[in-house]
Design a binder for this molecule. Structure first.
Ligand code: AMP
Length: 190
């Protein structure tokens, strides 16, 4: 089992790139944001809980998120591994993932980190807010999400660098060029 973790700030293009990578790698994309939105749309108990955090731009508690990921990674389509998009987002989640992968018998192959400058991220997220109408894409929640990223998610770069897994990818290129760079670094590793 091989796992690829896509790191990057909100708006860096993780979702777009993870979806495109699925075919080249033959691994499914597992996006915690998409899983929460699916639950929200279907008005499940998990969705109702997640909404209270998502609407404010805050993170859903680690235990809830980890349990959801554990369930998803145990499904048959993840038998060979997965491309993780939006998870882990905290050090506690990263530690929990280590335990989970030990249980499942898999390992993290590589952690591509998609880099985009702050002002570009803000423009992209504000643009996406208009196009997709995501309820968490207004200026106030965007700023909260970016701050939470800096405080809670950025430390993961160091965590995975310490394991020699991080490869930087320039996210300020066309979608195709980012994808080509990603495929190049990921295919060497998986
Ligand atoms: P995303 O689509 O990845 O930007 O996620 C949208 C929202 O879902 C985030 O702002 C959080 O409220 C929640 N979320 C997604 N992934 C996680 C995670 N790994 N841990 C906690 N909350 C998450």
């Amino acid at each position: 089992m091989k796992y690829v973790i896509l790191l990057g700030a909100p708006g860096a293009g993780k979702g777009t790139q993870a979806k495109l990578l699925q075919e080249s790698l033959g691994l499914p994309q597992v996006s915690t944001g998409d899983l929460f939105r699916f639950n929200l749309k279907n008005e499940t108990e998990l969705g109702q809980l997640a909404r209270t955090y998502m609407d404010k731009g805050e993170l859903v508690p680690d235990e809830v998120t980890v349990a959801m990921v554990k369930n998803r990674l145990s499904q048959p389509d993840c038998a060979d591994g997965a491309i993780l998009d939006g998870f882990p987002r905290t050090l506690a989640q990263a530690e929990a993932l280590e335990g989970l992968l030990a249980e499942l018998g898999g390992h993290i192959s590589i952690v591509p980190s998609i880099h985009v400058a702050q002002d570009v991220l803000l423009d992209r997220l504000l643009g996406r807010a208009e196009i997709e109408g995501r309820t968490d894409d207004n200026e106030e929640t965007i700023r909260i999400r970016m701050r939470i990223y800096e405080e809670q998610t950025r430390p993961l770069l160091e965590f995975y660098s310490g394991k020699d897994l991080v490869v930087k990818v320039n996210g300020q290129q066309s979608i195709e060029d980012v994808q080509n760079d990603l495929i190049r670094v990921v295919q060497d590793a998986v």
